[in-house]
Design a protein around this ligand. Structure first.
Ligand SMILES: Cc1cc2nc3c(=O)[nH]c(=O)nc-3n(C[C@H](O)[C@H](O)[C@H](O)COP(=O)(O)O)c2cc1C
Length: 330
């Protein structure tokens, strides 16, 4: 069974990917309840943390019930990253994750995120110092390389392991690809097949069906799957994969009752966490997926995403539940 430091995980664990504006405490809790074995926060700026920027600091909030939880940080300045590690450690997560994969220009141009893939010695140095700084297990999330001509992930992963990381998650795309094309899991399998690798190697990118997860496990031999987009507004995905592993059969999709219940809880948790105004605003992006596929839904969706008062959104949920109570999801 794979382990991250002392954290014991089940066979082929499923990890909730770090996702900006998505992987917040309410969403992570729902994913955990639906079978995610490890959850990660969205990336948090090391510079923001050390400036005590409220927007960054609030991202450190974690619920006891979502453990094991990893807090992900990004940055390229050693001093800031080390100070950020101290701040992160004080909020007592189970794991610290370093983001070496974000492809966004404003991050990359400062050599952070995937930008660091152009400077492997710096990537290794930063990682080594972070591992030395903290007692928590450190994991890395990265991409295959900067571009197609610079894929050195086998060597990079081994060097990161040698400086002490406890697991690596690899998104099967280069920085240049951003999110285009298909994720290539072959180089990730090469990392796993490197005889010197002994830490878990988790695959990421395009695990969007239970069959894809089986393929990653059985054909590519990886230690677990990190799941991002397939879970947005669909936390049930983790259980669906696990059920398929166990039985070879697909679980029926969640009913309208279950979807409305999840949307209600999601909104309530967000309000409890951030207050009504922000809670209502930040949960909006999830509704489209919760209710995906229902015909002539626009009118209801508009109510959910344009109301500022929580009571109006809850009323829209009630209305949907009443109107579509027997809708059969495909
Ligand atoms: C909305 C969104 C936000 C993301 N934010 C982050 C992030 O904060 N940190 C990170 O390492 N990756 C981030 N990613 C990348 C995902 O973690 C993941 O690597 C990518 O979506 C591929 O996996 P998937 O095909 O399962 O979605 C983000 C992706 C999406 C779609």
């Amino acid at each position: 069974m794979p382990k991250i430091g002392n954290i014991e995980l089940p066979d082929f664990p499923l990890l909730l990917a770090p996702m900006e504006d998505v992987s917040d405490p309410p969403f992570r809790k729902l994913c955990k309840e639906q079978g995610a074995d490890v959850v990660y926060t969205e990336f948090i700026s090391s510079e923001g943390l050390i400036r005590d920027a409220a927007k960054s600091v609030i991202k450190l909030d974690i619920y006891e019930k979502e453990r094991p939880v990893g807090i992900q940080i990004f940055g390229a300045e050693l001093d800031s990253m080390l100070q950020a590690v101290d701040i992160v450690e004080a909020s007592n997560p189970d794991i610290i994750d370093i983001n070496f994969g974000c492809p966004v220009k404003k991050v990359v141009c400062k050599n952070a995120g995937a930008g660091i893939l152009r400077d492997i010695p710096l990537m290794v140095k930063l990682t080594e110092e972070i591992v030395k700084r903290t007692k928590l297990p450190v994991t890395v999330k990265t991409r295959l390389g900067w571009d197609q001509n610079s894929i050195k992930i086998v060597e990079v992963a081994e060097r990161l392991q040698d400086v002490g990381i406890e697991a690596i998650s690899i998104h099967g795309r280069t920085r240049v690809q951003m999110y285009k094309g298909e994720a290539d899991w072959k180089p990730i399998a090469e990392v796993k097949n490197n005889q010197r690798m002994h830490i878990p190697v988790f695959g990421n990118g395009d695990v969007d069906t239970p069959e894809a997860a089986v393929k990653m496990r059985d054909e590519f031999g990886l230690d677990g799957a990190m799941i991002g987009r397939a879970s947005i507004g669909y936390p049930w995905f983790f259980n669906e994969v696990k059920h398929y592993f166990k039985t070879g059969e697909h679980l029926s999709p969640p009913t309208m009752q279950e979807r409305v219940e999840a949307a209600r809880r999601h909104l309530q948790m967000a309000i409890d966490w951030k207050g009504e105004k922000l809670g209502v605003f930040e949960t909006r992006r999830h509704y489209t997926n919760y209710f995906k596929g229902i015909p002539h839904f626009k009118e209801y969706r508009m109510k959910m995403v344009t109301s500022d008062a929580a009571a109006d959104v809850f009323a829209a949920f009630d209305e949907v539940q009443e109107k579509f109570w027997d809708y059969q999801f495909a």
